[in-house]
Design a protein around this ligand. Structure first.
Ligand SMILES: [Zn+2]
Length: 383
């Protein structure tokens, strides 16, 4: 979910205006604008005794190289974005930005079906070489007997219209969701979903599936919470009847095992960016799984050596994604983190963390796979 829609949903938009930490994790230009607005409001000089974590804006003191990368080293296929451009002018601007930063093609994960899907498809259809528009699921009647055929009919209709994949489908522990269509309490491994996942495989439609959320959302909101700056506004620790992060990974694995002919892309490292060793095991056990790296740059940049080793070991299973709008500085930051060996830099307005970041300095071979080749292979395999 995008933070903006979350804020709208919970009526927290006003709060966000004064809280820079509410942006990031899939932030976009609007959120960044809100964030900097918030920073400006809190500019009155505070005593170091009372500076709040949310207002902390350290600047690196090191005189060390700063790498600016305006264009990615290899052509990119972006496997995780959303219909953030609303007007044809904005879509044109997006295409220009893609040209400048080196993005060949972007997957637009609409999460929608029906007319809403058709409208988005029409808008982006002007650039069939640059965008793929993926549909969602219609969960209508999921809680009544006979669920399946209706959802499949709509899936087939969207496929016919031009959807070559499905996403982004969420389950943050409370059940499946495709945009506004919700299936509370029905998780991906539910038998009711079997025919739907199987049909995706038959139709050659990979699924972009978001399970769980960052670990700090589940942890206690106290002085030991490493993600506290973001966590407090995104907390899940106070949600009743929620399947925890580890339980959601088990659900993901059961789903993958049941549907070997269906290809899944786990969004955001399956939220195992804090435990990449476990993600490695999940990838090894499940050949029908890829993971996208979208909106988890700030989460992997604090551990550049460990993350770099992970990228090297699973270079054939990771795909590039953004999930953070379409402005050029956003793309540039992802390049700096993946390509450079820069150390100890901050990107607080983009990611909202107080953590300092480091470049991973990925090798050319790894970059080429993650930026492009794995996605190209996955997309080509659809036939
Ligand atoms: Zn997303």
């Amino acid at each position: 979910m995008k933070r903006r829609s979350f804020l709208k949903l919970t009526g927290m938009a006003g709060l966000a205006a004064g809280v820079p930490s509410a942006a990031g994790l899939g932030s976009n230009r609007e959120q960044s604008a809100k964030a900097s607005h918030g920073a400006a409001q809190t500019k009155t000089p505070a005593s170091p005794e009372t500076i709040l974590l949310k207002d902390y804006r350290p600047k690196s003191l090191y005189k060390i190289p700063v790498t600016e990368i305006a264009k990615a080293k290899y052509p990119i296929i972006d496997m995780h974005s959303h219909p953030d451009a609303k007007t044809s002018q904005q879509i044109e601007e997006w295409v220009r930005n893609m040209d400048e930063v080196g993005v060949e093609k972007t997957m637009i994960l609409t999460m929608t079906t029906g007319r809403e899907f058709d409208d988005i498809l029409r808008k982006y259809g002007k650039y069939p070489e640059r965008f793929e528009v993926w549909c969602g699921f219609d969960f209508t009647g999921y809680d009544k007997p006979g669920f399946g055929p209706g959802a499949i009919r709509e899936l087939e209709r969207c496929r016919q219209a031009g959807a070559r994949g499905v996403g982004e489908i969420h389950d943050k522990g409370q059940g499946l969701r495709s945009g506004k269509s919700k299936a509370s309490g029905m998780h991906p491994d539910d038998a009711r979903m079997d025919s739907v996942w199987a049909k995706c495989g038959e139709l050659g439609m990979p699924i972009s599936l978001h399970v769980a959320d960052p670990i700090w959302m589940y942890q206690k909101m106290d002085k030991n919470n490493d993600g506290l700056m973001n966590a407090y506004y995104w907390r899940l620790d106070n949600q009743p009847n929620i399947v925890g992060l580890s339980g959601m990974i088990d659900i993901l694995e059961r789903t993958l095992a049941k549907h070997r002919n269906t290809t899944f892309v786990a969004c955001h490292f399956a939220n195992l960016d804090y435990d990449l060793a476990r993600l490695g095991e999940v990838l090894e056990r499940n050949p029908n799984l890829y993971a996208d790296i979208s909106a988890r740059y700030a989460e992997t940049a604090p551990i550049p050596r460990f993350a770099g080793q992970f990228y090297a070991k699973y270079a054939d299973r990771l795909v590039y994604g953004t999930d953070m709008g379409f402005d050029k500085p956003m793309y540039h930051i992802t390049f700096r983190i993946l390509e450079s060996l820069d150390e100890h830099f901050y990107e607080i307005e983009q990611f909202s963390y107080h953590w300092s970041l480091n470049g991973l300095g990925l090798s050319d071979a790894v970059l080429e796979q993650v930026y492009h080749d794995n996605a190209a292979k996955l997309l080509a395999a659809r036939g």
